[in-house]
Design a protein around this ligand. Sequence first.
Ligand SMILES: Cc1cc2nc3c(=O)[nH]c(=O)nc-3n(C[C@H](O)[C@H](O)[C@H](O)COP(=O)(O)O)c2cc1C
Ligand SMILES: Cc1ncc(COP(=O)(O)O)c(C=O)c1O
Length: 198
Amino acid sequence: MDFTKRTEPYALFSEWLEDAKESEPNDPNAVAVATVDADGLPNVRMVLLKGLDERGFVFYTNFEGTKGKEVLGAMKAAMCFHWKSRRRQVRVRGPVEIVSDEEATAYFNSRHPQSRRGAWASDQSRPLADRETLIERVQHFQEKYPDDDNIPRPPHWSGFRILPSEIEFWQDGDHRLHDRVVFTPDGQGGWATQRLYP
Ligand SMILES: Cc1cc2nc3c(=O)[nH]c(=O)nc-3n(C[C@H](O)[C@H](O)[C@H](O)COP(=O)(O)O)c2cc1C
Ligand SMILES: Cc1ncc(COP(=O)(O)O)c(C=O)c1O
């Protein structure tokens, strides 16, 4: 079916993500996340999408790093997926909420034990003298939390959910005559759609 005729964005997004899983060499869930700092200067970096339901789009990070502080400062963010193999783009923007402690802990516990210790060891986005310092810090948390099944989630490590005020789907067309459709909440629990010029 022509995606520009769809009336609900999450099923469409899930289908496009499944398509990407078949053709992207790695990280089909990789997505650029844009934030602004206190001066309104934009910032952008990749994360992995780790949660998706009809509330929104979830990623996990250190809340004391640059992106964590920028999201917490504005409580707004935007995302851009680009699946080169499919010539597709999806953009998401909106206010942000913090996922529940239960949700964050469940995701944290699903990570590799060394990634869990790494979350303790990394003062994300802050200056690091040399790699040895990082390795020593990982070793410190290896000794502090030797049991793979008992590594607590750091209080500064959790997830953000973008609650979309817009979701835009883009599919490459010949000679730059692309198809674009943007979904916005209709205020009654459904979605309004609008085709846009490419
Ligand atoms: C494909 C890819 C996925 C990434 N996923 C995450 C992620 O889910 N969470 C995260 O904190 N950093 C992730 N990173 C690292 C970030 O891009 C970034 O370097 C780091 O979070 C620090 O960003 P900040 O200084 O803006 O906070 C990922 C990097 C790449 C290239
Ligand atoms: C620092 C950091 N945190 C989190 C992630 C998300 O992936 P995972 O939770 O699977 O480690 C990544 C992925 O690259 C990352 O680099």
